[in-house]
Design a protein around this ligand. Structure first.
Ligand SMILES: *Cc1c(COP(=O)(O)O)cnc(C)c1O
Length: 399
């Protein structure tokens, strides 16, 4: 079945037989135990990382509402399993703990990455060494102790694309983690290109309404079992109500992403003509990007970035917007605009930020579901005001 249909029905196959339309929300933290010998056998099956084993026993072992959301994400990503966590960062931490063993102590990572992901690796929070490289340098960066390759595409916040299959070809058999938060399963399924871990900050498009934090990793059954063991031990649980809300949003995910993407494309067309903007970053600018869009990705997405040349101009634009909201995060129903150098990527090493084009004039826009004309009116008015404000600001700076 096609994606739109799967988004509507994923994780709901049993509802008709249960005689309900909305999925039940199970908030239990503990479960009645009956025959103790049987329950011991059940607990053993859970501890081996089983997907379904019977009595949930305790909330950190299993929750039906969370499992339903996981099934739905695995369906949309085309993987055999998925494991959900309290946030995108909890999901990333779990992958690092799962791939780490006595023989592995090293991660290869392609910059730029989401700021906190970059920080976790750069600060060696899990004691793993990191080698930063480019998409073409992966083969050279891998060494005997390499546990995983970490990448994001489209990249945050520069919207450059990485050819996943080309990285997989260099890394094999080292597992690859692709952060698919920006593309969503609607526009890209990295497991098809050979990625082992497909990670989402579900806080973004999957939630889509700015009111749930969550993370999820779609992967193989074997790795999912390892991730469940980590989750059991470390407790980075997705709350069942959060899982319920995330699952509730999936039927509209394709519609939301497609509508926001259409508006983003329209804004990019107009922004590229606008004299006040130095660069518009969006995955469509060259032949190579269009090639990736034709194979790996099904569309350029709803995020774009504009470069105003310097920080003062970027700040004036941000404070002049009235419809678009100046806030971090992305993938909400409303348009969110932020300054990566000050906020999401502030934690990244200065030199790395500069080298990867995260300049001080860069403003990231996560396009929402408003009408393109209204967003355009807001942007152009703020740009006009920003231009007028310029001489005054200069004068102040001189005295
Ligand atoms: C937000 C984000 C994360 C982290 O997710 P949280 O849910 O905030 O923990 C990771 N990767 C990307 C691309 C993100 O945008």
């Amino acid at each position: 079945m096609r994606l739109r249909t799967r988004a509507v029905h994923a994780g709901r196959a049993d509802l008709r037989a249960r005689g309900v339309h909305a999925p039940p929300l199970d908030l239990s933290t503990t479960y009645p135990l009956e025959d103790l010998d049987e329950e011991v056998a059940t607990l053993d099956r859970w501890s081996e990382g089983a997907r379904r084993a019977g009595n949930p026993i305790y909330t950190r072992v299993f929750n039906e509402t969370v499992a339903r959301f996981e099934d739905a994400i695995a369906d949309l990503e085309g993987t055999s399993d998925a494991v959900a966590f309290a946030s995108g960062m909890a999901a990333f931490a779990a992958v690092l703990l799962a791939v780490r063993n006595d023989q592995t102590d090293h991660i290869v990572a392609i910059r730029p990455l989401y700021g906190t992901t970059d920080h976790v690796l750069a600060a060696r929070l899990f004691g793993l060494d990191v080698t930063w490289t480019t998409p073409n340098g992966v083969a050279k960066a891998i060494r005997p102790g390499t546990a995983a390759v970490v990448l994001e595409t489209p990249q945050n916040p520069t919207l450059e694309l990485v050819d996943i299959a080309a990285v997989v070809a260099q890394a094999d058999p080292v597992p690859i983690l692709v952060d698919n938060t920006f593309a969503t399963p609607v526009l890209q399924n990295p497991a098809r290109q050979g990625a082992t871990f497909v990670l989402h900050s579900a806080t973004k498009f999957i939630g889509g309404h700015g009111d749930v934090a969550g993370g999820v990793v779609a992967t193989t059954s074997e790795w999912a079992a390892a991730l469940r063991r980590v989750r059991f031990a470390t407790g980075g649980l997705l709350h069942p109500f959060a899982a319920y809300l995330l699952h509730r949003g999936l039927p509209t995910l394709p519609l939301r992403v497609e509508a926001a993407q259409e508006t983003a494309q329209e804004l990019v067309r107009r922004l590229r003509q606008h004299p006040a903007i130095e660069r518009v970053l969006y995955p469509s600018h060259d032949l190579w990007a269009r090639c990736i869009l034709g194979t790996q990705m099904r569309g350029p997405g709803a995020l774009l970035a504009i470069d105003l040349g310097d920080e003062a101009r970027a700040k004036r634009l941000l404070s002049g917007l009235r419809l678009a909201l100046h806030a971090v995060s992305l993938g909400s129903f409303d348009t969110l605009v932020e300054h990566p150098a000050s906020m999401t990527h502030r934690i990244v090493d200065n030199e790395a930020r500069a080298r990867h084009g995260i300049s001080s004039g860069l403003v990231r826009i996560s396009v929402g579901l408003e009408h393109a004309d209204d967003l355009w009116a807001d942007l152009t008015r703020a740009l006009d005001e920003e231009k007028k404000a310029k001489p005054a600001a200069r004068k102040r700076a001189m005295c």
